[in-house]
Design a protein around this ligand. Structure first.
Ligand code: TMP
Ligand code: ASP
Length: 256
């Protein structure tokens, strides 16, 4: 597979030019950051797990009619995606109070919210991704009202689907962050799900024990991040195991 010039490097991923125009290669790194890079580490094997988990979730969402940028997984750390123009807004869906909303509104962590709540954050590392309203998004031209409606509708469908999927394997989907992009297809502009969905950008709690199985293990110095991500993969039926003795972290032993 030919991989072209590096076009973007973010905190957890790198994008390279893909083999054909309109495609990119999305590479998952082992780097972990939190609190906007104030906390940084390398966690061996995280990229492999996120690549596989995100592939699985994007495939499932695609099968139920959610348009996504995902084309196929290329190898342990890379997937082929369609190039999109990323909308500079992070969409957060919350089912249970945790993280920022706990501080902002003085809620108790773990409180079930009255209904699923959709929030927007402006994508800006310098500003720490501040929460914004639809007014800001339209006034500053980050997305138009129709695109906002489309993002909300897709986010709620994604939430319903993922909540059920995780519930089926004993995991509570507390909240998650997703990103959307614009794709031009047959002269039509479409909004598609982009970026990734992995334990890096979700809160996932074990139904029985309430154990955190997501990046909060890193944010809160709980340890055991790789073990938790691997358990998420295992419950989803994805077989990823350690290659004995070579220190290379998890490898894929089976792929669909
Ligand atoms: P928050 O409680 O910090 O707003 O995060 C809500 C969810 O969104 C949580 O699962 C983490 C995820 N998230 C990211 O992945 N990246 C981000 O930049 C933000 C703000 C949230
Ligand atoms: N803001 C994101 C988080 O805490 C990522 C980062 O800060 O690097 O999950």
């Amino acid at each position: 597979m030919s991989r072209g010039r590096r076009v973007y490097e973010g905190k957890a991923k790198i994008l390279y030019e893909g083999p054909e125009p309109g495609t990119l290669v999305q590479h998952f790194k082992d780097d972990a950051t939190a609190f906007n890079k104030k906390k940084q580490d390398r966690i061996e094997g995280k990229g492999v797990l996120n690549n596989r988990i995100s592939e699985y979730l994007f495939q499932k969402l695609g099968e139920m009619g959610v348009p996504t940028h995902f084309v196929k997984r290329l190898n342990m750390r890379e997937q082929l995606i369609r190039a999109v123009e990323i909308i500079p807004v992070e969409v957060v869906v919350r089912n249970v109070a945790a993280g920022a909303i706990v501080k902002r509104l003085g809620l108790d962590e773990g409180t079930q919210l009255p209904r699923s709540i959709v929030e927007f954050n402006y994508k800006s590392d310098e500003l720490d991704d501040p929460i914004v309203s639809e007014e800001h998004i339209t006034a500053f031209g980050w997305a138009n009202p129709q695109e906002i409606d489309e993002m909300i509708a897709l986010s709620l469908r994604i939430n319903d689907f993922l909540s059920g999927l995780f519930l089926g394997v004993g995991i509570r989907l507390v909240d998650f962050k997703i990103e959307f992009g614009r794709l031009i297809e047959n002269d039509m502009m479409r909004i598609v799900l982009a970026d990734e969905i992995s334990p890096d950008c979700c809160r996932l709690w074990d139904i029985e024990t309430q154990d955190k199985m997501d990046k909060d293990r890193f944010r809160e110095d709980l340890g055991g991040l790789i073990e938790a991500y691997r358990e998420v993969a295992r419950r989803l039926g994805l077989f990823i195991e350690n290659r004995p003795g070579d220190g290379a972290g998890p490898v894929l032993v089976s792929s669909k």
